[in-house]
Design a protein around this ligand. Structure first.
Ligand code: GLN
Ligand code: ZN
Length: 768
């Protein structure tokens, strides 16, 4: 029997982050669109070739993007709002205007909203549909890329975001849910049907529709929408010119609640994630069965972790799948977009560490190995060195446990998770002691990371400058921004985070238990990439990590300076987790380490401490029913453990990079922080209704302007924003701050924006 292999999607940024560099060069006007296109084409061909050489059968195309695949799909369907079209820019610039906003000779528009892609740290742009939109095929990108690969002799499987997921993620102009009326359903499915027919003409054999939204809870109307869309699309697979096979690809969870429906719809292949949601997926196909004309594309190699595959476990699963269907395709569990490119680039990791790792390119090899071991059956497996080497790796103990950490965890008591006195008694005490005005202004922590700062950090890490020189440099930068913030009239200052490359890596580097990669970049949004640290063993803190610079900054001013920490849930969510102990245990270990830091900051005289939980929401399980049981029940207590030891007078802030927490608003309140800042300017403000309705106790700073965009907001537009906030919240509970940290902005963008923000706060303060 033959088993073929499929890859859901491949990283596009390049081994040296070439795409990032090319796009950023283009934005700065240092190169032209032809150069940008050439780099993009070069990367695509390199990535296709890699997969072809690895022996992958179904190689994706159209998984490339200049910014984001949802944005590309929006453009493909003609969802380019008039305000972007009216700028009269070329194709790429229109796309970038939608992605990042535009401010220039052609006009001034804000960007589309941006949201996290399911449970990943990747962000997509939220397509916008309004009554004036004409839905029609408006891009040739998928076809161009298919033909580009074909010209290289590589027959690809074009990949598209499926219509169900696309529509579920599309919003109206004010961020509201759209109506899935017949007209919309028909227009969208017409485009997809058209695309399929084009691919038949071009000679494609497969097309993959990504439908990750299917792994969420659904109602009757969702199933109707799914059916409605595909009943129009599926017939297009067969035309007089030929036919094509349609793969519906799901990932990030199971589809046990709709597998039967999907099976009856008649897809040629169903892609299932056997890493996240594997048990449920297996159970449902065992129960319902597999149609004889349908292939199961089994996601057995994780697209979400960096660890080697356990071949013995995978083969066990594959064997049970083979009992259910002869049409088995082995694939990655999700797009490899979410993992780094290659372990080969990690020359500084010890061989015994590298031995455990598999990034995108190595995962291609694993798929190939598994297909071979499956195909050749038991005889080969018994003495195949591929398998024995893998078995050996998994049979050995990878790391030793840290007894001190284990003992500390074992001694934790329920009261360690409760801060005393209660928040309602702390709030008046803090108001009086901290002496802040109404609508206090602050920022989220980081200030522009200029080239100079980056290069000094780099010179320090390579030893070109010594620690005295480096520390002197950082101190100067802090002096500068403290003075600047005083001049700007900000109430609660920050030190600027110049010593930090990244809000997680900085802590990881100082904690025991972490490992670092040199080049393991993963795309976060647009050209922004992150390089998450690896949790390798038990975590502990040996010495203070942030006290020096926070205390220094505080010593330079009479105003209050906030201490700045990253919370345990975020450190965990933005690291590559271990798979041998639970997420809960890893997060608790982190919480204890950060708790020590909080107490040290307090002892050093820092009276306001912000503990960022930027990533708390993104790992919320996709199915509502799992939220508490599988996540919040341990994530929220971990945060409480971090700050429960401080005095009533110490004000604890937290920050979150999203605004969609209406549905977990009471859990957020239960974190028991005194103040929370969150992103709000790029999305709808329904969270404010929820704050109002639930009598949210935490003071809050809904971000008053978007920091992901280079545009500078005007004072009056910020004033309007604040007035809007004040319609929903009591002025005594409102803080004025941007959406997030300013490190990605240039100084020319950051300072004028802050100036406008402070002026706006002062103006509105006078009104209340
Ligand atoms: N304190 C961090 C900063 O300002 C928070 C960043 C974030 O929320 N992503 O950069
Ligand atoms: Zn943020």
């Amino acid at each position: 029997m033959s088993v073929i292999t499929s890859v859901v999607g491949f990283p596009r940024i390049g081994a040296q982050r070439e795409l990032k560099k090319a796009i950023e060069c283009y934005w700065k006007g240092q190169s032209n669109v032809a150069a940008l296109r050439a780099t993009a084409q070069e990367l695509r061909s390199r990535h296709w070739r890699l997969q072809a050489e690895a022996g992958i059968d179904l190689i994706p195309s159209n998984d490339f993007s200049y910014y984001d695949q949802m944005l590309d799909t929006a453009v493909m369907l003609g969802l380019v709002p008039n305000r972007y079209q009216d700028l009269g820019l070329n194709e790429e610039d229109t796309l970038f205007a939608m992605a990042r906003g535009y401010q220039g000779s052609q006009g001034d528009v804000t960007a589309l909203a941006m949201k996290k892609w399911f449970t990943t740290n990747y962000h997509y742009l939220v397509p916008e549909l309004d009554s004036s939109t004409t839905i029609a095929l408006s891009s040739s990108k998928p076809f161009d890329e298919f033909q580009e690969a074909k010209a290289l002799g590589i027959h690809t499987k074009p990949v598209l975001i499926g219509p169900y997921t696309f529509l579920k993620l599309t919003r109206g102009p004010r961020g509201e849910q759209i109506k899935y009326d017949d007209q919309v359903v028909e227009a969208v499915s017409d485009v997809y049907a058209h695309v399929i027919r084009r691919f038949i003409d071009l000679g494609a054999s497969w097309v993959q529709f990504d439908e990750p939204y299917l792994v969420l809870d659904k109602g009757e109307e969702d199933i109707n929408l799914l059916r409605g869309l595909y009943s129009h699309i599926l017939p297009a697979r067969h035309s007089t010119r030929g036919s094509i096979q349609l793969l519906i690809q799901t990932y990030f969870g199971h589809i046990a609640d709709c597998y039967e429906v999907v099976t009856h719809m008649g897809f040629d292949a169903i892609g299932l994630d056997f890493v996240e949601g594997g048990e449920d997926n297996l159970a449902v196909i065992q129960q319902v069965g597999v149609h004889e004309d349908t292939s199961i594309v089994a996601g057995v190699v994780s697209g979400r972790n960096i660890w080697k595959n356990n071949y013995t476990e995978s083969l066990k699963l594959i064997d049970s799948l083979q009992e259910l269907t002869p049409n088995l395709v082995l694939s990655t569990s999700a797009s490899l977009l979410h993992v780094p490119l290659s372990v080969q680039a990690e020359s500084e990791l010890a061989p015994e560490v590298r031995d455990h790792l598999a990034f995108a390119i190595e995962k291609l090899g694993e798929l190939h190995d598994l297909a071979y071991l499956t195909q050749e059956g038991n005889l080969v497996r018994q003495h195949d060195s591929l398998l024995t080497a893998n078995q050996k790796l998994w049979s050995e103990q990878r790391v030793c446990t840290d007894v001190a950490v284990q003992n500390r965890l074992a001694r934790l008591k329920p009261e360690d998770y409760i801060r005393q006195p209660s928040r309602s008694s702390r709030q008046p005490i803090q108001r009086q002691r901290l002496g802040l005005p109404i609508l206090p202004t602050t920022t989220i922590g980081s200030f522009p990371q200029t080239n100079e700062i980056r290069s000094e950090r780099a010179r320090f890490s390579t030893g070109e400058i010594d620690s005295d020189q480096y520390n002197h440099f950082i101190a100067q930068r802090i002096d500068h921004v403290i003075e600047l913030q005083e001049q700007l009239g900000i109430d609660v200052l920050v030190h600027g985070e110049f010593e930090r490359n990244d809000m997680v890596e900085y802590f990881g580097q100082q904690l025991n238990g972490f490992l670092f990669t040199q080049n393991a970049w993963v795309q976060s949004y647009g050209t922004r990439c992150v390089k998450p640290p690896v949790i390798w063993s038990d975590i502990s803190r040996s010495k203070p990590m942030t006290v020096r610079w926070s205390a220094y900054a505080q010593s330079r001013t009479k105003r209050l300076v906030k201490g700045m920490l990253t919370g345990p849930v975020t450190i965990f969510n933005w690291s590559w987790p271990r798979e041998d102990i639970s997420p809960q245990e890893q997060t608790q270990q982190l919480a204890l380490a950060i708790r020590d830091e909080v107490l040290d900051l307090e002892a050093a005289g820092i009276r306001i401490i912000q503990i960022d939980e930027a990533a708390l929401r993104e790992k919320l399980p996709l199915r509502h029913t799992d939220w508490h049981k599988k996540y919040l029940d341990w994530a929220i207590p971990a945060f409480r453990l971090v700050h429960s030891g401080v005095k009533a007078t110490t004000q604890i802030h937290t920050h979150m990079c999203y605004s969609e927490f209406n549905d977990i608003i009471s859990d957020i309140d239960a974190m028991d922080a005194d103040v929370i800042s969150f992103e709000a300017s790029r999305s709808d403000l329904t969270v404010l209704d929820a704050i109002e309705a639930t009598h949210f106790e935490t003071e809050a700073g809904p971000g008053v302007y978007d920091i992901h965009s280079p545009r500078i907001p005007s004072q009056s537009e910020i004033e309007e924003r604040i007035r809007l906030i004040l319609r929903k919240m009591s002025p005594t509970k409102v803080w004025i701050n941007p959406d997030c940290g300013l490190k990605t902005r240039s100084e020319l963008e950051a300072w004028p924006s802050i100036e406008h923000m402070v002026a706006a706060a002062h103006r509105v303060r006078a009104e209340v």
